[in-house]
Design a protein around this ligand. Structure first.
Ligand SMILES: Cc1ncc(C[n+]2csc(CCOP(=O)(O)OP(=O)(O)O)c2C)c(N)n1
Ligand SMILES: [Mg+2]
Length: 374
């Protein structure tokens, strides 16, 4: 079938045009970004498998299909910048500052062992397993403690960088939020506060089109959520959330703006929640979301998008791209052979450590509730 000029133009626009930041990335950066996307995906599918095998309890909130947002946003941060992840960003806790070396004990991010201990409710989790899933944080690692109150961490994040600035620091904070949480009053109060005081707060909106069973058209009335930024008098950027390089570019633009003392931004990353809200919602999700929509939303897997760009640019061969093929596969279909061995090995180390870590003693329950001493 003959292709029209319009078809060709459409084809061209699917290839990523480098922005000012991603154009400086080297082939080694591309390879590291791909590996990190695969690691985030492996974390997700492996935990689902562990739960199915009965080795894990508690609800899992999948970041499947949204990994490019986590990886691309973290990649340009300096070690001492802060992050504030939520339920959908579990890999971010151990992927912060990964450029310093995955196993580097001095990197300013949690270790995979700590995060696995958190997931398995073991005493070596940063919060000594007082709460589950993403309810952890670390002052030392510059990770703001996540809570259940959606958008409730943005004021805390704004306060952290406000204090840092008063002490002469130049740290930036990335806050991660689902698009549904943006309807909360506290979202507007906090972003407005950051705007008025020109605080270095980058508000990432992971627009995955759904908040539990509520679609975006019942959440807000703009085409692009990022336009809300106009009302605060701050920049609002839209990123292709399936393309790690575009996320990197847009987040870096906002980070550079913040580092220059110009204040906050909103970066809307357009993506799609590939599965249910949590794993408890998996079956019902297919009932309240049209199958066609779900299939279309999963069609641009971020791992596949990155591989395609790398092949186009001659960074890897087609055969290398096809070697570990986890993209497009759900947890039930994918196996360890679909992932690079270093990815599997890294998470194995975390899980093995967690399995050996004890459960907390019941006597610890009262610990940290009241301040000891004067
Ligand atoms: C203030 C508040 N209201 C309601 C909830 C319950 N809740 C948890 S996750 C969620 C949906 C969030 O959707 P969205 O912000 O789009 O994030 P997503 O889960 O899609 O990543 C809701 C309503 C909550 N945790 N906090
Ligand atoms: Mg959502």
């Amino acid at each position: 079938m003959a292709t029209t000029e319009a078809d060709q133009r459409k084809k061209k626009t699917t290839s990523y045009q480098h922005g000012p930041y991603s154009s400086k990335l080297t082939p080694d950066d591309y390879k590291e970004l791909l590996l990190q996307l695969q690691l985030a995906r492996y974390f997700d599918v492996r935990l689902i498998k562990e739960k199915k095998r009965g080795r894990l309890t508690g609800t899992l909130y999948s970041s499947h299909n949204q990994e490019a947002i986590i990886v691309g946003s973290l990649y340009g941060l300096r070690p001492y910048d802060w992050i504030s992840p939520i339920h959908r960003d579990m890999p971010a806790f151990f992927m912060k500052d990964m450029k310093a070396g995955w196993r580097n004990p001095d990197r300013v991010g949690m270790s995979v062992q700590q995060v696995c201990c958190q997931v398995w409710g073991r005493v070596d989790s940063p919060g000594r397993a007082r709460d589950n899933w993403s309810h952890i944080g670390s002052r030392e690692k510059h990770i703001i403690h996540s809570t259940s109150m959606l958008a409730g961490t943005i004021p805390a994040a704004a306060g952290v960088v406000y204090a840092d600035r008063m002490e002469g620091g130049d740290a930036v904070v990335l806050t991660y939020n689902g698009e549904g949480s943006t309807a909360q009053g506290v979202f507007h109060e906090a972003v407005n506060f950051a705007a008025v005081h020109k605080l270095p707060v980058v508000t990432i909106v992971e627009n995955n089109q759904w908040a539990y069973g509520t679609p975006t058209y019942l959440e807000y009335s703009q085409e692009d959520f990022a336009r809300r930024a106009d009302g605060f008098g701050i920049p609002g950027l839209v990123a292709d959330g399936q393309n790690v390089l575009d996320v990197y570019d847009k987040v870096m633009e906002a980070v550079a703006w913040a580092r220059a003392g110009k204040g906050p931004s909103i970066v809307e990353c357009k993506t799609f929640r590939a599965y249910g809200h949590g794993d408890h919602d998996d079956d019902r999700a297919a009932k309240y979301r049209p199958t066609q929509e779900v299939e279309a939303g999963r069609a641009r897997d971020p791992i596949a998008v990155m591989k395609r760009m790398m092949v186009e640019q001659g960074i890897i061969s087609k055969a290398e791209a096809e070697k570990y093929a986890s993209e497009g596969k759900g947890a039930a279909e994918v196996t360890n052979d679909d992932f690079p061995p270093e990815v599997v090995q890294y998470l194995n180390e975390g899980i093995e450590f967690a399995m050996k870590s004890p459960l907390p003693e019941p006597e610890e329950g009262g610990m940290w509730v009241f301040r000891e001493g004067n």
